[in-house]
Design a protein around this ligand. Structure first.
Ligand code: ATP
Ligand code: LTN
Length: 334
């Protein structure tokens, strides 16, 4: 509890030039809904990002840009704590301790590790393998009750719970056991690629037409949706086997706030051309205010710096308390 409210922690990696529509609909948009009811702490997970090789200047620029995207998407710096993971050294320190309470076998079962080590076979470093333990430290340091993420992160949160329960089993009630908070797929927790609607939309998709970036200009968004893969049935309906159309209906529904049924009703008797044009327009319209706010924020770097500096101070204070408790429990002299 912080100020009598339950605690939420989440984070996104500054690993691309901009967030995708998947990141926005699956994660960020839901965070905005939670900011009044919970004490929310959101980090920029830059320590996770260096598990794949990064250009330092780009990583720096993307970190600040991601903070601006958080705020532009509707998260209020007065209501939420924002910080950059590397500002708080307790993350690395707790991760080391938790490493000693995590089994190699548990880490080798993680789907994201298997995927990423296949995609980056030339750089399967220990950090990539250990990534979920750092993520557990991120969550447990803030005694988070809930972690809002997209569906792909569920396995990491289950591991966090296992590590926390194991630690509490030995030392008493040290950590709050966090619950994942994952919206249903129809609400956008699993937005699929536009060119391959059977795999998730991802920042690192090599095909730029597969992915909508939230900072893409309107004409680019409209064009990418026009080219999205559908099927040969020419019927706008939401059912199994229509992955491409289901995905576009989900995007339309989240972008407009209409239910899937309402969306389907709107396109009865219409062809895919009209349907895609409407989805493109609605998506561009939904992202327009975010882009405007983002452009304004990026003109004021001093303001962005003041946000993460003050967030970093708060985060260090909360995380420091948990770390000190853990260090005492395991027998470290400080
Ligand atoms: P990368 O391609 O670099 O692995 P990513 O696009 O998968 O990145 P992350 O930074 O790993 O994005 O994820 C940030 C948040 O967005 C997480 O909560 C994740 O679950 C969510 N998310 C990512 N992709 C999608 C998607 N296609 N649909 C819904 N949520 C998503
Ligand atoms: N692993 C996440 C990013 C992330 C995170 C976290 C999410 C790092 N630490 C703590 C929630 C809580 C990802 O790649 N999407």
């Amino acid at each position: 509890m912080i100020n009598d409210k339950k605690v939420i922690l989440s984070g996104i990696q500054p690993s691309g030039d901009s967030l995708t529509l998947g990141n926005y609909m699956g994660a960020l948009k839901n965070w905005v809904k939670l900011q009044d009811e919970y004490s929310c702490v959101y980090m920029i997970a830059n320590m996770h990002t260096i598990t794949l090789r990064q250009e330092p200047a780009k990583l720096r620029a993307r970190t600040l840009s991601l903070l601006a995207q958080y705020i532009a998407a509707g998260l209020d710096p007065e209501k939420n704590v924002f910080f950059i993971q590397s500002q708080v050294s307790a993350h690395a320190e707790l991760a080391w301790i938790l490493n000693c309470y995590t089994q190699m076998g548990e880490l080798s079962r993680m789907t994201q590790f298997k995927d990423k080590s296949q995609k980056h076979a030339d750089n399967i470093n220990a950090g990539l393998f250990d990534y979920p333990v750092l993520m557990a430290a991120d969550i447990l340091l803030y005694q988070a009750d809930m972690v809002p993420v997209g569906k792909d992160q569920k396995q990491h949160i289950e591991l966090t719970r296992d590590i926390a329960q194991r630690f509490n089993g030995i030392y008493g009630d040290v950590f709050t056991i966090p619950d994942p908070y994952i919206a249903p797929p129809s609400a956008g927790s699993n937005i699929m690629g536009l060119q391959d609607p059977t795999s998730k939309m991802s920042k690192s998709d090599p095909n730029p037409n597969g992915c909508i970036y939230i900072l893409d200009p309107p004409e680019v968004i409209i064009r990418k949706i026009k080219r999205a893969v559908t099927d040969s049935e020419a019927e706008v309906a939401y059912r199994e086997g229509k992955d491409g159309v289901n995905n576009l209906l989900t995007i339309y529904s989240v972008a407009t706030g209409k239910s899937i049924d309402e969306a389907v009703a709107e396109f009865v008797g219409k062809g895919y051309g009209d349907f895609k044009a409407a989805v493109g327009e609605a998506t561009a319209e939904c992202l327009r205010p975010i882009q405007e706010k983002y452009n304004d924020l990026m003109k004021n770097k001093d303001y962005l710096e003041s946000v993460y500096r003050s967030g970093g101070d708060t985060a260090r204070r909360i995380a420091g308390r948990t770390l000190a408790k853990v260090q005492k429990k395991v027998g470290f002299i400080l």
